[in-house]
Design a protein around this ligand. Sequence first.
Ligand SMILES: [Zn+2]
Length: 396
Amino acid sequence: MPPQSVTPPAGAATAPRLVWDVSEQGESLLTALFPHLAGLRVHRVEDTVHAVVISASCRAGGACCPRCGQESARVHGGYSRVMADGAAGGRPVLIVLQVRRFRCGNPGCTAVTFAEQAVGLSERYRRRSVPLLGMLAEFGLELAGRAAARLARTLGITVHPATVLRLIAAAPELGVTAAPEVLGVDDFALAKGYVYGTVLVDMRTADVVDLLPDREAATLEAWLTAHPGAEIICRDRAGNYAQGARAGAPDAIQVADRWHLWHNLAEYAEKTVARHRGCLTNRPGVADGDAGPGSAGTPEQEQPGQSESGQIMPDGSLDACGRERRLVRRTQERYAEIRGRLDAGESLSAISRATGLDRKTVQRFARAGSAGELLGKATSRDSKLDEFTPYLHQTR
Ligand SMILES: [Zn+2]
């Protein structure tokens, strides 16, 4: 079959930089570089500015009907089909495949004609070659959608992150039948603050074993019942997981995983230090001069929230490290957004829908004169300890 000239992609230069009519000897060189083309007769390679275009056709004399499986060599017609196939030297490789349409010889078959497929290379309706699809799915499994698409782009392959995710979703499941001996159970966010799933991990190999659609006790119980074998279940301290593990694997030992223990300890340590720091710096009877080695700073140079001694004075808006508390920043951002929407004439209900906040919360923001008014209540809560503070300072 004579090679057909290729229409260059939009924006490409009209004249190719190189056109190579491939001889048989050249074909063996090509298949050494592109082994997945071994089943094809390669006619021509064109190096355009934007792509490497390979014109090829199938070698086989006939093809099997995809509906009844009967082989046919009666050619009905043909057309050319373009497939993306990886990249070479940072440019995409396109295969222009001359496809024959065969007439099915089986009188009982409903398929009158059918198009041939290059085995291991093309599939019906696919605009990418099978090896390229496999490679993108591997990228996706390692990196997920966006990072996989970015990596592909550096190689010269254009793909949308959503396509990568679809390829991952279409990949066959591993078919897990048993739980690992040491099973890790933790939640992960599908939409932070709204939808959570559960990830199950083999703690010896750190491989993800399975994903569950929620973090309910019954879901974990059902999985453990269907996948026996867990001897130790390493989990966070959520009651649902404890309940699910008790019911689904009653003989397994449940342990709290180290990461969560450290994480919780660190959180509580920070909160405790932040709460009591004020007591230390506001101790009555301590003269300014006794404040410590950091007392040399002049008042003009002080940052908001810092005392003369350079220590951080918790006024409720800063954390123990002197950083703006997340609550403060979030309240200010929400106040600005809601105020902006009110000024634009949006109703409270519309703002509630747009921001995902409860209508009463939106109303509270709308009534407040400033973000500071809202923060005043949240950051200066009274403590039960307050009335005893002078006494505690006296007895030190
Ligand atoms: Zn058929």
